[in-house]
Design a protein around this ligand. Sequence first.
Ligand code: SAH
Length: 225
Amino acid sequence: MSLRMRLQPEAIGSGMTSQRVRDRLVDRLRDNGIADERVLNAIRTVPRHLFVDEALAMRAYEDTALPIGHGQTISQPWVVAKMTESLLQVAPSRVLEIGTGSGYQAAVLAALGLEVHTVERIGELLRTARKRFRQLGMNVRSKHDDGRIGWPENGPFDAILVTAGAPAVVDALTDQLAPGGRLIAPVGGATSQVLLQIDRTADGRLEQRELAPVVFVPLRSGLVD
Ligand code: SAH
């Protein structure tokens, strides 16, 4: 490659977000136990670099959380993959996400053909995420609200993903889980949590299982413009 070519910004940009770089992330996720090919394909397809600031685009296909402003982060790809894989096991069609953030997790769910509803408390993050959904032609329903109340008018949901940590899962959310449905949420303290999978059985009981130790930003109350 000539020096001139190497210095062309498009060439550099596309190199850092190229299919080869995305495939490398997918290989890494597979090495770390993600086996569902539908999930791996969605991660391969959804352009994660469009969900972060341009200045961070070159790091978008590293398996790491990245800052998205307002003290929030786009989740680590392995965590997105793990939550999505667990959710697909109950063959959902309607899904609720609490904590839209960058919109990346919602976009991965939409790419899998699911009907996605997502709630975010920070207006500016939600507006940016909506632009991305539009740009990618994705039909994601979203609202600016405190996600701890869920979205009762649109429930019940076959699956609920909470993407911010809290000491416990609120009843309002498990109440919006359909029979046979599954809720996945990070539960614990401010600096680390365990990813819980809670199933509503056909006869209405709740069954709980621990999936993995995780680190999410905290679930907070109240709205921000
Ligand atoms: N799923 C996101 C991860 C975002 S980080 C992604 O793929 O990028 C968690 C998000 O949850 C933050 O944007 C934060 O503002 C939001 N959040 C925190 N508490 C919330 C609440 N009570 N209701 C709705 N969103 C909340």
